[in-house]
Design a protein around this ligand. Structure first.
Ligand SMILES: C[S@@+](CC[C@H](N)C(=O)[O-])C[C@H]1O[C@@H](n2cnc3c(N)ncnc32)[C@H](O)[C@@H]1O
Length: 288
């Protein structure tokens, strides 16, 4: 494990017990374990917790970060969350949480191929069993398909970037984060705060990991896994994902009620301490 990379500091840190009303004897399902910060908060509140993660490296890290004395109430499942209802039969939870996207560990880990500056192969798979990497997508997708991938991440120059990738790869293929980031920066120009390739990298990551499909397959399984009055919380970091979550809430009027009409945003203080969470958005639903 790459221990040098600091522990992921999750959005809404310190609020899990309160948001999900957890106490001793509660049962909590964390579908995105990551470095285990949210799971740890639930365990510290006295809940029994089952945590899923698709990435064995993240599970290894979480096992080291979460204090040993909390492990007795904790079960870990290495699985895609899309398999949740097959993997869990009979249990009903007081709270279920999904914290979408990669962890800081995955982004910063040089061999995972997520970063703008990496000169290693663009990979971006959260699940190493997936056959197709970001580098494969860049080599194989047609111009229209690449444009669509970038559009889904709200990239305004999707068409020009797709064109540039396709004409560039005739001369030499784009295989690293650095090459892709340079190509996009050349097209879009210099920047102040956000790297100009942010949306392009986001679109590729979403495509490689089928992230929209995962949300669409997983969410409908969750109401049946909640106890009456149990709470479902979904943290997303992109408006396209949040739209899927919002629509899911609307589609379940008989099983779920919306707790807050507007999603919860991190406070200015939280953003100040942890700027990565500035685009986070949490929707909470209660099982009827
Ligand atoms: C943003 S991180 C979660 C961080 C975590 N809440 C914490 O406190 O450290 C998301 C995690 O979900 C995992 N993940 C992403 N997609 C998944 C999926 N379809 N099924 C299971 N785990 C997934 C990733 O591997 C990553 O470790």
């Amino acid at each position: 494990m790459t221990t040098k990379i600091p522990r992921h500091n999750p959005a809404y840190s310190g609020l899990i017990a309160k948001l999900f009303n957890l106490k001793s004897g509660s049962l909590f399902l964390d579908l995105t374990l990551g470095d285990g910060g949210h799971t740890q908060e639930a365990l510290q509140a006295g809940a029994k917790v089952i945590s899923f993660d698709i990435d064995p490296e993240s599970i290894q890290r979480a096992k080291q970060f979460i204090p040993q004395n909390l492990h007795k109430n904790w079960t870990v499942v290495n699985s895609n969350m899309t398999q949740v209802s097959q993997r869990l039969t009979n249990q009903r939870f007081n709270g279920i949480l999904i914290d979408l996207g990669p962890s800081q560990y995955q982004i910063l880990s040089p061999n995972r191929g997520f970063s703008f500056s990496s000169n290693q192969a663009l990979d971006m798979r959260l699940d190493k069993n997936l056959g197709v990497t970001a580098k494969d997508f860049l080599a194989a997708l047609g111009q229209k398909e690449l444009e669509q991938v970038f559009r889904l991440a709200d990239e305004p120059r999707a068409k020009q970037i797709a064109q540039a990738i396709v004409s560039n790869r005739k001369i030499s293929p784009i295989t690293t984060g650095q090459q892709l980031a340079n190509l996009v920066t050349k097209l879009k120009g210099s920047y102040k705060k956000t790297h100009p390739a942010t949306q392009v990298f986001l679109g590729l990551r979403m495509a490689v990991n089928l992230e929209r499909e995962v949300i669409q397959k997983t969410l409908p399984q969750l109401p049946d896994l909640l106890k009456t009055n149990g709470i479902l919380g979904i943290i997303s970091f992109h408006s396209g994902e949040d739209k899927l979550v919002k629509q899911f809430g609307k589609d379940q009027p008989e099983t779920l009620s919306v707790i807050y009409k507007k999603p919860l945003k991190p406070t200015a203080e939280e953003i100040n301490n942890n700027p990565r969470v500035r685009s986070a958005c949490l929707r909470l639903f209660k099982k009827i």
